[in-house]
Design a binder for this molecule. Structure first.
Ligand code: ADP
Ligand code: DP6
Ligand code: CO
Length: 362
């Protein structure tokens, strides 16, 4: 066996993964351990140059336990979700050999070797901008590279799903669908790409960071409470989302912006209605989020046809999708007028898909 503690080598891999924002939301699980959802969802993966996670993973015979540092602080890797991903990946690891460095790791050794993970999100963590999606997708992707796992993106998406549901969609760019699947073991609950990043490249996404504070109710516990107590979530999963998924796929295929905006806004609003319908009610949006919705709704009505779509994940921060660069410029002007950075609204604006990044509020 080459991987012995007396040996002094370290093997490492670094990867970067963008976050994704759902336009038809995932909210509710039918299986908590395997992370199987109660409905399909569709998302758009953001430009990897902006909101993303960077993760370095390393393996060495000198490591005595699995350890992880997130945004500079050590966090535990012992949680069931991290361990499920690690187990799935270790069982698929392949032999690795680097003769020059004298490293040889057999399939069996991977089970015994420990990993160290250092991860950094360049955007607020646990604030409703899908850090768990970028974070877990990046973790699975980088570990798969390190361990020489020979599986395609579809299989890796099913592993990332077991870390955080939304993470399965971040392994692809463009528009992505997470198929809920039917199998009890989750083998068909995977992400598929609906359209690549070039398909609808007129769209410009602006993220208004209303608050970068960590949310009080994590997505995991929020959706668990909704499944247990909300009558509306059942109607949503059974009657509403299946129709919206079919419509959204068609709208994306045709690049029909007005229909895309109407569906995206309606689905965000229904997701937050489910949160209100939960006992005790969950308030992810705040007054500033509500003012942003009113502002966009008024503008869209004034223009006669939607120019901007809004969607809010499990947090107060607005994801605004504009039809094109012209609409994005006008939107940014309005945002800066009504929500000036450094005001009491605590608002930063990030422009995605552009080189401009406004990040002023402190
Ligand atoms: P968000 O809306 O940001 O996705 P969640 O409540 O879904 O919030 O998940 C936040 C949790 O995801 C964090 O507390 C952390 O456990 C995990 N997470 C976030 N970023 C990373 C990362 N880069 N690597 C590993 N885990 C991460
Ligand atoms: C509102 O994927 O963060 O962002 O599977 O428990 O980790 P877990 O939850 P998570 O939930 C995301 C919820 C959402 C909608 C979405 O991304 O589809
Ligand atoms: Co999340």
């Amino acid at each position: 066996m080459a991987a012995e503690s007396s040996e002094k080598w370290i093997l490492n891999v670094t990867a970067q993964t963008p976050t994704n924002i759902a336009v038809i939301k995932y909210w509710g699980k039918r299986d908590e351990d395997l992370i199987l959802p109660i409905n399909d969802s569709i998302s758009v993966t953001l430009d990897p140059n902006h909101l993303c996670t960077t993760t370095s993973v390393a393996v060495s015979p000198a490591f005595t336990q699995d350890r992880m540092w997130l945004n500079g602080k050590e966090v535990s890797l012992s949680g069931g979700r991290y361990q499920n991903c690690l187990r799935e990946l270790r069982s698929r690891a392949s032999d690795f050999e680097d003769e020059k460095k004298g490293i040889k790791i057999t399939k069996k050794n991977w089970e015994k070797l420990h990993v160290h993970v250092v991860s950094y999100n360049n955007f607020p963590t646990a604030a409703g901008l899908a850090s768990s999606a970028a974070g877990l997708a990046c973790l699975v992707f980088s570990l798969a590279k390190l361990m020489n796992v020979k599986e395609d993106h579809s299989k890796l998406s099913a592993i990332a799903r077991q870390g955080s549901g939304s993470a399965c969609r971040s392994l692809y760019g463009g528009f992505v669908k997470w198929i809920m699947g039917k199998e009890e073991n989750g083998s068909d609950s995977i992400a598929v790409q609906l359209a690549d990043e070039k398909h609808w490249d007129d769209l410009v996404i602006i993220i208004a960071v209303v608050s970068s504070r960590q949310k009080e109710t994590s997505s995991t516990s929020g959706m668990r409470d909704s499944v247990e107590t909300s009558p509306l979530i059942k109607h949503r999963a059974k009657e509403v989302v299946p129709k919206r998924i079919i419509e959204m796929e068609e709208v994306i295929r045709k690049r029909d912006f007005p229909a895309f905006a109407r569906l995206t806004c309606a689905d965000s609003n229904q997701f937050h209605a489910v949160c209100l319908d939960t006992l005790p009610p969950i308030f992810y949006m705040n007054d500033t989020s509500h003012r942003i919705i009113s502002c966009v709704e008024k503008w869209n009505r004034h223009e006669g046809s939607p120019q901007v779509a809004y969607t809010f994940d499990a947090g107060p921060n607005a994801v605004l999708i504009s039809h094109n660069r012209k609409a994005a410029t006008l939107l940014l002007q309005r945002l800066l007028f009504y929500f000036p950075p450094k005001s009491d609204t605590d608002l930063n604006s990030y422009v995605i898909g552009d080189k401009t990044i406004l990040k002023d509020a402190g």
